[in-house]
Design a protein around this ligand. Structure first.
Ligand SMILES: C[S@@+](CC[C@H](N)C(=O)[O-])C[C@H]1O[C@@H](n2cnc3c(N)ncnc32)[C@H](O)[C@@H]1O
Length: 281
């Protein structure tokens, strides 16, 4: 499998930092500068590259196993997938993680013959929006901070996204009718709440509150590129597992959370990102 973008991005983050003579202390501050500094890609060439990568993705063990896991859950619902909403994909012409995630979601759209996939990420630049359009996607115009209602069975793809986005997504689907339509691939809820014992016993956010009532299938990451699909799970909310409508405490909605990009970050994974962020040449 190809590295995904080698002819498009010759300046790696390391080279960029060296060129800018940045000290270790200033590296974090410079991340958005680095992404802004990345040159625009040629849309025609990148589209062809993306289509090739999707071909490879759809043959990968990771993709095939993930589609099987999703299919099992859809069969339990007895309805086909009708929609895909992808939030927080990231700058996919500029980082390899987002690039491979983009190939994954486009391949999923093709596999399930979904007419369109909706995308929102505030970092998208015009060339990325144009590529999404060409690849049968639609850009959501406004920032709904994760509030997207699942009127039909919908796959939500939120890879490595801020906690608040998942919380707000659950919040706006917080009913017996819509939660079963939500199929969410995001960071594992089990892992996200592991160190929040207090939150679990006194849940004032929707992730902590749903944890005992959802089905979480961990998506084993055997993908060739590392740090792309790690720690992700498929979360489903089958109606038979949800509390009855008379459980008013459970069904009372929490307040929305403000999206804070840094929530999921630890010092260690910031360091890891520094060394792994750029699409390698
Ligand atoms: C940690 S990055 C993950 C990027 C990529 N998916 C990855 O795994 O490397 C979180 C992403 O969430 C995006 N984001 C922040 N606020 C958002 C919002 N309100 N709606 C959708 N995406 C948002 C950021 O721009 C960023 O690209």
């Amino acid at each position: 499998m190809s590295g995904g973008g080698e002819e498009f991005q010759v300046v790696t983050r390391k080279k960029w930092m060296a060129r800018k003579c940045l000290s270790r202390r200033n590296r974090h501050k410079s991340e958005s500068d680095y992404l802004n500094d990345c040159p625009d890609v040629n849309v025609d060439i990148f589209q062809a590259r993306m289509e090739r990568l999707c071909g490879e993705m759809s043959q990968s063990d990771y993709f095939i196993a993930t589609m099987e896991t999703l299919q099992q859950q859809l069969e339990a619902l007895k309805r086909p997938l009708e929609r895909i909403v992808c939030l927080g994909l990231g700058p996919f012409t500029r980082t390899y993680q987002a690039l491979h995630q983009a190939a994954f979601i486009i391949s999923t759209q093709q596999f399930h013959k979904i007419k369109e996939t909706l995308y929102y990420d505030p970092v998208f630049r015009e060339t990325e929006k144009e590529l999404i359009k060409r690849l049968n996607g639609t850009i959501i115009k406004e920032d709904r901070a994760g509030r997207h209602v699942a009127q039909v069975p919908t796959l939500y793809y939120l890879p490595h996204c801020p906690y608040a986005l998942m919380h707000n997504l659950l919040l706006c689907n917080w009913s017996n009718e819509t939660l079963p339509n939500v199929f969410l691939i995001s960071n594992s809820f089990e892992m996200l709440t592991l160190n929040r014992t207090l939150a679990r016993s006194n849940p004032n956010d929707h992730i902590a509150r749903i944890i005992n009532y959802c089905t979480e299938a961990s998506l084993e990451d055997d993908y060739e590129q590392q740090n792309v699909f790690n720690d992700l799970s498929l979360h489903c909310f089958p109606s038979e597992k949800l509390p009855g409508t008379d459980n008013t405490i459970f069904w009372t909605r929490c307040a929305p959370l403000k999206v804070n990009e840094d929530e999921l970050r630890t010092d260690q994974n910031i360091e890891d990102e520094f060394s792994a962020l750029s699409i390698r040449s």
